[in-house]
Design a protein around this ligand. Structure first.
Ligand code: C2E
Ligand code: CA
Ligand code: CA
Length: 451
């Protein structure tokens, strides 16, 4: 009795507070998010005043009943008093998002109620506060959900509003995205696309770079620029990165087993992954599990990552190299050039950033720097690959400076795994014929001399 509302039998204010403390505790422990929804009925008072308290009570009972059908058993539904209700939505996900539940509730309450021969029309305004972004304790969450509810009322009733203090629309989008990202791995929404790398010596594909995409059930294909930093900030990159390595290794093994010579597969790494204890052991395990030859795996690390974590990096890089895996420096030239790593032979490949390649024919500085980087790599006996090659003039320039490999839209954009086999077959068959039949006139490329 002390914990339940007499009329509706829902949790009362004090039980709601207890549950909220438990939700915070649980969310912290499990690294989950939850939302507090604060509801106030619109136009309830006129009904109560005009038709009397018995009808008003009956209406509140019906509202409570409809609300309970919009939430899960594990959620908490409470009546805070009068015509105010509150809900804790546990463990948010794309199918159980605060906005989808709020929409369901608004629709449920705006359907008319038939009580004692009266057709009653009311609606509800909802304020939403998501833990921990909209408050890190119970009191603040309830207060912020309440002020979001008042804003929803001002905006015209029958609506829901998220609490926003300094959050702009973008931050809210990211918030929603982060909630959904937590589920994406379990829901198998991540996919890898592969971009071929072409040898300028043989004209054949000599490797692919695995690039992560998120196949969102509603929003379609989302590119990494929009979500990698979120994954890095919340630490999920470790788990997702592990999935990337394993999937890329398995795919490459599958190609090789099918006799499709795609060379090595390159996988991008984030700092957090490298910092994990046992990273190289995990890689060894994946190689064993998938049966991929270590020589067919390369990791790409950016310069800034190497510089920030110097001592850890050299240990891990050493261990990876002992496994027989190769290391590439990604976006070379854009950070602090890591000559120290080059000198200590901890690197197999340099990837010249596409910002240099873009204007290599027109900008004297870009051209001088690109030539110097290629020369440096050659003198140190390091493989050099130019990124972002989009046209034939860039290709000709790079070939004249003896770049080993190129990667870019001129050869192919990143493609789903299924398309790679065909591409390689066609390129091996006759590269120029492929480009001619595709009629990519602006991309028309002369086949580099065969080895
Ligand atoms: P990145 O490692 O520099 O990857 C190359 C990016 O350039 C890819 O973008 C690719 O689609 C794009 N690109 C390729 N050829 C051309 C071209 O000719 N012109 C232009 N303008 N762009 C080209 P994408 O796939 O959107 O990936 C963006 C970044 O996201 C990657 O940059 C990488 O830093 C990161 N990323 C992708 N997958 C992963 C992953 O599995 N783990 C981690 N940690 N980062 C990843
Ligand atoms: Ca890369
Ligand atoms: Ca790059």
């Amino acid at each position: 009795m002390a914990h339940h509302d007499q009329l509706t039998r829902l949790a009362n204010r004090s039980l709601f507070r207890d549950r909220l403390d438990q939700s915070i505790f649980r969310a912290d422990r499990r690294n989950e998010t939850f939302a507090v929804l604060y509801l106030d009925l619109d136009h309830f008072k006129p009904v109560n005043d005009a038709l009397g308290h018995d009808i008003g009570d009956e209406l509140l009972l019906c509202v409570a009943e409809r609300l309970s059908r919009c939430v899960r058993n594990s959620d908490t539904l409470a009546r805070l008093g009068g015509d105010e209700f509150a809900i804790i939505l546990e463990n948010l996900s794309s199918s159980h998002s605060a906005s989808s539940v709020a929409e369901k509730i608004i629709a449920a309450i705006s359907t008319s109620f038939e009580i004692a021969d009266h057709h009653l029309h009311i609606s509800t305004s909802i304020g939403i506060a998501v833990y921990p972004y909209c408050g890190n304790n119970a009191e603040t969450l309830v207060k912020n959900a309440g002020s979001a509810m008042r804003r929803a009322k001002q905006a015209g009733r029958g609506q829901y509003h998220f609490y926003t203090s300094d959050m702009n629309a973008r931050a809210l989008d990211e918030l929603q995205m982060e909630i959904e990202l937590r589920q994406a791995l379990d829901n198998k929404e991540f996919v890898l696309h592969y971009q071929p790398q072409m040898s300028l010596v043989s004209g054949k594909v000599c490797g692919t770079e695995a690039l992560l995409r998120w196949q969102h059930p509603q929003k379609g294909l989302i590119f990494p620029e929009r979500f990698i930093s979120l994954l890095e900030n919340n630490g999920l990159i470790v788990e997702v990165g592990q999935w990337v390595i394993e999937s890329a290794c398995r795919q490459n093994q599958r190609w090789h087993a099918a006799g499709i010579d795609v060379g090595k597969v390159a996988v991008n790494l984030s700092g957090r992954q490298l910092m994990c204890r046992d990273f190289s052991k995990n890689v060894a395990m994946i190689l064993k599990k998938t049966g991929l030859d270590p020589a067919l795996l390369e990791f790409e690390l950016t310069e800034s990552l190497l510089i920030k974590n110097t001592s850890v990096c050299s240990d891990v890089l050493g261990a990876l190299m002992n496994l027989g895996v190769s290391i590439a420096i990604d976006d070379f030239g854009t950070g602090y050039c890591s000559f120290n790593y080059l000198k200590r032979f901890l690197v197999n490949t340099l990837k010249i950033d596409r910002s240099f390649v873009r204007n290599v024919n027109t900008d004297a500085a870009d051209s001088a720097i690109t030539t110097a980087m290629i020369g440096l790599a050659r003198d140190l006996n390091i493989n050099v690959i130019a990124e972002g090659v989009e046209n034939q003039r860039q290709l000709e320039y790079l070939r004249s400076r003896h770049t080993d490999e190129i990667q870019g839209y001129l050869v192919s954009p990143p493609l789903p795994a299924e398309s790679i086999g065909n591409l390689i077959y066609l390129m091996d068959y006759r590269a120029h014929k492929y480009y001619d039949t595709m009629n990519l006139s602006e991309h028309k490329m002369q086949c580099p001399p065969a080895a």
